[in-house]
Design a binder for this molecule. Structure first.
Ligand SMILES: [Zn+2]
Length: 109
């Protein structure tokens, strides 16, 4: 596993974290996972503050959203979800895809 640097302080050993974003609307509410950010242990909660603020302002306006928002608040205050493995495997897939395309290109010529 690679050693990632924290986006906030630059400390090594950061993990990619994704937070749950809730948008409550009366009829249609939305749950999204935020784009992963590399964050160290110290910044894993503050790194999600933008999402936490969003949820506190916009996450309450619906019955299901209200419940989701309580769960999301707990989730985000624990530092969100560690998605480092997913990020790494997606990256590997992407790089695999790039290699495949390049090999095809070579084959054509
Ligand atoms: Zn940090």
């Amino acid at each position: 596993m690679k050693n990632y640097k924290c986006e906030v302080c630059g400390t090594g050993g950061a993990r990619f974290r994704s937070y749950r974003k809730i948008t409550g609307m009366i009829i249609l509410s939305r749950v999204e996972n935020t784009k992963p950010r590399a964050l160290c242990d110290k910044h894993k909660v503050s790194g999600g503050m933008r999402t936490i603020t969003w949820n506190l302002l916009l996450g309450w306006w619906g019955i299901t959203a209200f419940i989701w928002n309580i769960l999301a608040l707990i989730h985000n205050l624990k530092g969100g979800k560690d998605v480092t493995e997913a990020v790494e495997s997606e990256y590997a897939k992407y790089m695999g895809g790039v290699k495949e395309v390049m090999e095809k290109q070579r084959g054509i010529r």
